[in-house]
Design a protein around this ligand. Structure first.
Ligand code: BES
Ligand code: MN
Ligand code: ZN
Length: 508
């Protein structure tokens, strides 16, 4: 990952491949953002005009390259669009900075060093720019370039070094913001790696082994239930989903405990390492990206490790419900009835509605510890994508205040999210003539039906929320801002923020 430093040096004397500055969209053309004064001065104060001549408008994500002025030790200036100028001419929002830094970092892949001269008003801006750089510079090329030259590989490598100008290396708040951004971005990028790893390599056992190594490194407690242990304890949902695959399922419990904590959060992640649909096989065109179906578990994993690295004063338990959903002679069939870990029976009408089955068992296991709140994260339904598109996740909950708090936390960290209801009338669509409940209901409102199913497996009186990240978990389009193609790490930053808020006593 990119090495980040803070520096109060002046831009002209810096030796770097490029200096990144901000340009915003003003009423009468592009406006040079604070931080770029030295560059503007060297352009005789005419930088805005130069940028306009080059076609720059200041629109979000726009990139304009120009030669560095005479006397600069760097050759190139990259002006990145920040979007509309804030009303007061300052106060560029964290998300605008994060996206701009990310877009610039992406074009700098292959470069050795860049200086970021974006507007830094406070520590929050330092954190946002740092996150933007670290997340934007991400690349996944483990499976590429084998046998090609070192040069070709270096061309694509993430930007090696970045200096944030205006960030004060001796300011405690600036330093803390940088450290936080580094820890969270590193873990988030690791979650992206897991999501992007092909399913022949990332089996449930392989994922569990990676969690085990991380637990050791960060002093977390870990418990891994393999198929034998799951059978012994009666985890019928996880076992049923995993029964069609040669790669056996796992339930991983990862615990971070803080000596000063008086609150306990449980995060539960859907970890289907590949979702073929099972016997209710997905048609071609719907299964090519289904390695992403463990994105919820990856987010939970990253959030627990982040909480540990940040030393938050809150206990956080992560539950990774890992299975591969495959059709075979031993696979669960439409019509089978599973006895779940909670004791409830479920008639499996569609083996492609597998996420709710593994989550149900993990939610019940999480409930047994009576945490202050449970949040599950899952690429659960195509219906949620239809409702909210590919960049926004849906939030459902059994508590309105908790749902609002999560929405606010998501907004604060720059993750688009939206509250969704759990309409009671949709419950009866899951009535089964044979079992306590069926794993499918009405087609309309499918994302909410899935949420209602999960609610049945949350322990009595426990505050719970469900994040359906089916849309934003995996970016099938082109990279934008600090979001790469492929695995995005959706929900990691929201979960970390929730843990921070809980530690600070501002939640629940
Ligand atoms: N993993 C899918 C949901 C999904 C779809 C995630 C597209 C990301 C992108 C999930 O297991 C699934 O197949 N859901 C079904 C449920 C249905 C059978 C009730 C769906 O949404 O079609
Ligand atoms: Mn499915
Ligand atoms: Zn799935």
């Amino acid at each position: 990952m990119t090495a980040l430093t803070l520096s109060t040096s002046a831009a002209p004397g810096l030796r770097a491949d490029a200096i990144v500055i901000g340009v915003a969209k003003g009423a009468k053309g592009p406006v040079v953002a604070p931080g770029a004064e030295a560059v503007d001065t060297a352009y005789d104060g005419k930088l805005a005009g130069v940028l306009e001549t080059l076609g720059a408008s200041g629109a979000e994500g726009e990139l304009t390259k120009l030669p560095a002025p005479a006397g600069f030790k760097s050759a190139l200036v990259i002006a990145v669009g920040l979007g509309t100028v804030p009303d007061d001419g300052t106060g560029y929002g964290a998300e605008a900075l994060r996206r701009a830094a990310g877009a610039a970092a992406r074009t700098l892949n292959g470069a050795k060093k860049a200086a970021f001269a974006l507007p830094v008003e406070d520590a929050a801006a330092v954190g946002a720019i740092a996150e933007g750089v670290l997340l934007g510079a991400y690349s996944f090329d483990v499976y590429k370039d084998n046998g090609s030259t070192a040069k070709a590989k270096a061309d694509k490598a993430p930007l090696a070094e970045a200096t944030l100008l205006g960030g004060k290396p001796r300011d405690a708040a600036h330093k803390a913001a940088l450290a936080r951004a580094t820890a969270v971005s590193e873990e988030l990028n690791r979650a992206r790696d897991l999501i992007n790893t092909p399913p022949n390599d990332l089996t449930p056992a392989a994922f569990a082994a990676i969690a085990q190594r991380a637990a050791k490194e960060h002093g977390l407690k870990i418990q891994i239930l393999d198929d034998k242990a799951l059978t012994k304890d009666g985890y019928g949902g996880i076992l049923g989903v995993g029964s069609g695959s040669a790669a056996t399922p796992r339930l991983v419990k990862l615990s971070y405990t803080s000596p000063g904590a008086d609150k306990h959060l449980a995060f539960v992640g859907k970890g289907i390492t590949y979702d073929s649909g099972g016997i209710s096989l997905k048609p071609a065109g719907h299964n090519e990206t289904m390695k992403c179906d463990m994105s919820g578990a990856a987010a939970v994993f990253a959030a627990v490790v982040s909480a540990a690295r940040l030393g938050l004063e809150v206990n956080v338990t992560g539950w990774l419900a890992l299975a591969e959903n495959m059709p075979s002679g031993s696979a669960v069939r439409p019509g089978d009835v599973l006895r779940m870990y909670s004791g409830k029976t479920v008639e499996v009408l569609n083996t492609d509605a597998e996420g709710r089955l593994v989550l149900a068992d993990a939610l019940w296991a999480a409930s047994a510890e009576n945490p202050d709140a449970i949040v599950d994260v899952a690429t659960l339904t195509g219906a949620m994508m239809l409702a909210l598109g590919s960049r926004t996740f849906g939030i459902m909950a059994n508590d309105d205040a908790f749902r609002s708090a999560i929405h606010e936390a998501a907004e604060e960290v720059g993750e688009p999210a939206w509250p969704m209801p759990l309409p009671e009338h949709l419950r009866k669509g899951m009535d089964s003539p044979t079992a306590d409940i069926a794993n499918m209901g009405e087609r309309m409102g499918g994302g909410l039906v899935a949420g209602l199913f999960l609610r049945e497996f949350v322990g009595e009186g426990i505050t719970w929320a469900h994040l359906d990240i089916a849309g934003p978990a995996f970016n099938e389009g082109g990279a934008f801002g600090y979001t790469p193609k492929g695995g995005t790490g959706s929900a990691v930053r929201t979960l970390v923020r929730l843990a921070e808020l809980t530690a600070e006593g501002d939640l629940g």
